[in-house]
Design a protein around this ligand. Structure first.
Ligand SMILES: Cc1cc2nc3c(=O)[nH]c(=O)nc-3n(C[C@H](O)[C@H](O)[C@H](O)COP(=O)(O)OP(=O)(O)OC[C@H]3O[C@@H](n4cnc5c(N)ncnc54)[C@H](O)[C@@H]3O)c2cc1C
Length: 575
């Protein structure tokens, strides 16, 4: 056959394609998820006192390194090797045990042991810091950790929240009895927590709880009944909702109990894990069903106020869910950005293609809104716990807002970021499928989307949260000077929040009729508030990029849009 010599361009193309075979798909594994995140350090510097930030910086960097490397490997392994339930010991004793994969246990050591994430909010001198670290320290480290592993963050958050609720409502003797186990620094000694609320007939409708509590002569209680969804079911302690014998029907008959796994004589308490659930996501972590057969428990707080007290634990977990959703989105976006910068098609990098740029923006703004909400809600939690005026009312509305919208956005962002990796995104050896599977759970547990959207309206009705949110947003807007944002943009931000607030108030005023508007109200408050807070951050950080994202939040998620019209940032908003 007569072969013509290859042209230089063909030779170069052949060389390029050989090179691309050496590195066929860009892989970000091993990168530091903290130092490669250009916005995270300046944002934390904005929200944390300088000394706290300086102290935390090496821990953040270490966590970022682990999350991008070792933890990511462990998470993949643990996802493929879910825990199993053992019913008997090898010598024939009926002792139930959840067998966790060593990869999961190694991740536990990092979270509970090395970084003290479950005890950080409950004791001083953690991570070498004199005094107690602010809530944001815990959430910033969790935000990085969850970018590798989502499942474990549920038991971690329940342990943290259980300790908080016990300290807040438990009788001093009860708190003293278990405090050292719950706040032990050593991983081997640290007890874990769980929360057993849901029953077959009582999920969202907790008032329908059927588990019964009978008082005992020694002051303890005996619980009988079944709990249908119990994550971390072999935890050392669980908070349980039960109905005291003879108590009125509905919410007023429900009390809160602390259920230890082990009795004082060292034997197992009288409850069994009936089976473990096979789940779409959080496969690394066990969720099961529990049957209580006269299990010994201790009343926490006041009889008949179980739901109100449990709400404190649930709200803390809902905030943690928002942090996790924000972390999942950040991971998804960072992976997508990396692929877009490294992978080439049609002779150029994906990130240089206008349509891809638009897709990436749509992912980024959702991830950044959630990140801003994490920072704002953590700050509100600190103000609330310090008893500052308005702190509780603000926290009370921001928590369901982030739980509702960030968890929903995480579904879309993880799914669409998966597509940026092309076919590989669908393959289980990459992070994308795990992120997608895990992200879907955030909207279901700890209150479904409908339930938390309705809770936004409840916060407005019962806690007077709306004027507090408006006042807080106004103070942020007032700190944005004219050099950073044009008057037209600031006016658009104010107008968006005013409209969202009027809409939410009208939904509240319409009572039952307004319920159907709850999701729209919660979303519009979230979008208009995050746009303002992001603009404030951008102004403080002097970040034109973040200011553009704040503008895009309004353009893409708030303002009415004609789908057939090109929606650009209005010229009057640009400085
Ligand atoms: C993997 C996993 C782990 C879990 N771990 C735990 C745990 O550790 N502890 C625990 O206590 N629970 C746990 N849960 C349970 C979880 O919190 C519940 O499944 C959730 O609260 C929903 O309750 P449900 O399943 O009974 O659904 P339902 O309450 O029956 O809800 C069904 C649908 O009805 C909608 N709905 C209900 N009420 C209203 C309303 N008023 N208006 C509009 N729509 C409404 C809901 O939004 C939902 O879409 C877990 C669940 C999962 C999937």
């Amino acid at each position: 056959m007569n072969m013509r010599p290859l042209l230089d361009t063909e030779l170069a193309a052949a060389a390029a394609s050989t090179a691309s075979l050496d590195h066929p798909v860009p892989d970000r594994h091993g990168s530091n998820l903290y130092t490669t995140d250009a916005q995270l350090a300046p944002l934390l510097q904005l929200y944390l006192p300088a000394a706290v930030y300086a102290h935390l910086q090496p821990y953040l960097s270490r966590m970022g390194q682990l999350a991008g490397g070792r933890l990511d490997e462990l998470a993949l392994t643990a996802d493929k090797n879910p825990p199993t339930l053992e019913y008997r010991s090898r010598s024939g004793q009926d002792v139930q045990r959840i067998v966790k994969h060593p990869a999961y246990v190694e991740m536990e050591r990092v979270a509970y042991g090395d970084f003290s994430l479950a005890i950080m909010s409950h004791r001083e001198n953690v991570l070498g810091w004199q005094g107690k670290l602010p809530p944001l320290a815990k959430y910033a480290l969790t935000y990085l950790f969850v970018q590798a592993e989502f499942g474990l963050c549920c038991p971690l958050s329940m342990t943290d929240s259980l300790t908080r609720t016990l300290r807040k409502y438990g009788a001093p003797g009860l708190v003293d009895k278990y405090w050292s186990q719950l706040t032990a620094v050593d991983f081997e000694e640290q007890a874990q927590g769980a929360m057993f609320m849901t029953e077959q007939a009582a999920g969202s409708d907790i008032a329908n709880t059927q588990t019964m509590a009978a008082p005992q002569a020694d002051g303890s209680w005996r619980l009988t009944g079944e709990k249908w969804f119990c994550s971390n079911p072999d935890a050392a302690f669980a908070m349980v909702l039960a109905r005291v014998e003879g108590a009125p029907a509905g919410m007023k008959g429900i009390s809160l109990f602390l259920l230890p796994r082990q009795l004082d004589d060292g034997s197992h308490n009288h409850y069994r894990i009936v089976r473990l659930k096979e789940k779409l996501g959080t496969r690394s972590m066990a969720s099961g069903e529990i049957r209580m057969e006269g299990a010994v428990a201790y009343l926490v707080g006041e009889q008949g106020r179980g739901f109100v007290q449990m709400a404190d634990m649930v709200n803390n977990s809902r905030l943690s869910n928002g942090v996790r959703a924000a972390g999942l989105m950040r991971r998804a976006v960072a992976e997508a950005e990396f692929i877009a910068s490294e992978r080439h098609a049609f002779g150029k990098a994906l990130q240089d293609m206008p349509l891809m740029q638009r897709q990436l923006d749509k992912l980024r703004i959702r991830a950044e809104q959630a990140r801003t909400m994490v920072l704002q809600t953590a700050a509100a939690l600190q103000r609330s716990d310090a008893g500052e005026e308005g702190g509780y009312a603000l926290l009370r509305i921001l928590t369901p807002m982030i739980k509702f919208r960030a968890c929903r956005d995480a579904r879309m962002v993880t799914g669409d970021a998966m597509e940026v990796r092309g076919g590989c995104g669908y393959i289980e050896e990459w992070s994308d499928p795990r992120l997608v599977r895990d992200a879907h759970l955030g909207s279901i547990w700890e209150g479904t989307s409908n339930i938390v959207a309705l809770d936004v309206l409840r916060a407005i009705r019962r806690e007077g949260s709306l004027p507090v949110l408006q006042a807080h947003a106004a103070s942020l807007l007032a700190e944005i000077n004219a050099a950073e944002a044009t008057p037209a943009f600031k006016a658009a931000l104010q107008d968006a929040l005013d409209r969202a607030s009027r809409f939410a108030q009208s939904a509240v005023d319409a009572r039952a009729d307004g319920e159907r508007l709850a999701r729209t109200a919660a979303s519009s408050l979230y979008h208009s508030f995050t746009a303002i807070a992001m603009a404030w951050e951008a102004a403080q950080m002097r970040s034109a990029e973040r200011m553009r994202w704040a503008q895009l939040v309004l353009v893409h998620r708030v303002l009415p849009r004609d789908p057939l019209q090109d929606s650009e940032i209005p010229a009057s908003w640009l400085a």
